[in-house]
Design a protein around this ligand. Structure first.
Ligand code: ZN
Length: 190
């Protein structure tokens, strides 16, 4: 297990446009080790996802996994997914306000996300994959692909007054948000 240090907001590596990964590069021991370390780092931090530039490697790779994460107990499960060179196509006009957090930002805040997306990517073996995703899973993918473009969720917070530290979020925002988003998830999954 190799947990890497997570870059925090203010570190310029979080602001770079990450470079696409070639098939040859993806097959290298170095990139496969990076992916394994990203998985370990995400799990150790109880994150729902992590992008390579969050461990200071500016390559277009992100990993996502939701399996009862204590940071995000309201999120539907997502199996471990390795995204290489991911692309998102926004589908429809429906949007939802989500209270987001990030391993690189010690705050939560409200962000508008698209409800439905088509996600295209290579898996860690270089196989092309495509999924249509809805709801919180779609939002998580938008958050991770933003990282690869040097964008943090705080850039997308329209009302800066929604920003809160984690303890203050838990005291003042969590219950209302979880109630609202739990209802939303039901409508998405039905
Ligand atoms: Zn993040």
């Amino acid at each position: 297990m190799a947990v890497r240090a997570i870059a925090m907001i203010g570190d310029p590596v979080l602001r770079v446009q990450s470079a696409p990964v070639s098939s040859q590069e993806l097959a290298s021991a170095e990139m496969q080790q990076l992916i394994d370390d990203m998985i370990d780092t995400m799990r150790a931090a109880n994150g729902a996802g992590i992008a390579a530039n969050q461990v200071s490697v500016a390559k277009r790779i992100a990993v996502v996994e939701v399996s009862g994460n204590p940071r995000y107990p309201y999120k539907p499960r997502v199996p471990l997914t390795v995204l290489v060179n991911p692309e998102i196509e926004l589908l429809g006009d429906e949007t939802v306000v989500i209270n987001e957090g990030c391993l690189s930002v010690p705050l939560r805040g409200e962000v508008l996300r698209h409800v439905e997306i088509r996600l295209s990517y290579l898996d860690r073996h270089g196989e092309a994959q495509q999924q249509v995703l809805r709801g919180l899973t779609a939002a998580t993918m938008q958050h991770e692909v933003d990282h690869l473009d040097g964008v943090l969720f705080t850039d997308r917070v329209d009302d800066l007054r929604t920003l809160a530290t984690w303890p203050e979020y838990e005291l003042h925002q969590r219950d209302d948000f979880v109630a609202r988003i739990t209802e939303f998830v039901k409508t998405i999954e039905s």
